[in-house]
Design a binder for this molecule. Structure first.
Ligand code: 5GP
Length: 189
């Protein structure tokens, strides 16, 4: 489970791990509109509010939360089915969702759970990264900046924290964490 503010680089880390076949990337559902280049069914399952609500009613979500005025949720099928066949799952998830997953009672999920918070090295760097993406309007960036600073206060709730440096260093550290966790004898605390 990887959390961190927009611009922390967490999605890139999760995606790369999946691209290298080290884990299954849990494709979330969201009610937000796709950004340029995003593909339905690959980046997210893009749903209308109505469809999202139907899936809530059907009990399909492991967790869901409202983030940046939109709903985001992890499908049980994306996680449970993969863990059952022995594949690690990587989830890009906000702090509310992470809390919900931590408190779930499924032993398989609890046993597999590792939580990491990724954060930018400074507020200034965060601002540069949020602006640099260039796909969002100014007020969206301002909202994300406020949300990011608020979200960053939650890092002490995580077992691991990665302060982002270069992409290469970040991935090396991330991969080291995954490898170490795979060697761990006791996972349930
Ligand atoms: P973005 O819109 O930039 O892709 O994502 C916004 C936020 O939603 C990020 O903090 C991301 O981690 C979070 N997020 C993505 N998928 C999920 C999910 O399935 N559940 C929850 N709770 N948050 C998610």
């Amino acid at each position: 489970m990887v959390s961190g503010p927009s611009g922390s680089g967490k999605t890139t880390l999760c995606r790369r791990l999946a691209d290298e076949k080290e884990a299954h990337y849990s494709i979330s559902c969201t009610t937000r509109l796709p950004r340029d280049g995003e593909v339905d069914g690959k980046d997210y399952h893009f749903l209308s509010r109505k469809d999202f609500q139907s899936r809530i009613n059907a009990g399909e979500f492991l967790e869901y939360a409202k983030v940046h005025e939109n709903y985001y949720g992890t499908l049980k099928s994306e996680v449970v089915d993969q863990l059952a066949i022995g594949t690690d799952v990587v989830m890009d998830i906000d702090v509310q969702g992470a809390n919900l997953v931590r408190s779930c009672s499924d032993t398989q999920i609890k046993t597999a759970l590792v939580d990491l918070f990724v954060m930018p090295p400074s507020e200034e760097e965060l601002r540069i990264r949020l602006t640099g993406r260039g796909t969002d309007a100014e007020e969206v960036i301002a909202l994300r900046m406020r949300n990011a600073l608020e979200e960053m206060e939650h890092w002490p709730e995580y077992s691991y924290r990665l302060i982002s440096a270069t992409r290469k260093e970040d991935y090396l550290n991330f991969k080291s964490l995954i490898l170490a966790e795979r060697l761990r004898v006791s996972r349930l605390q």
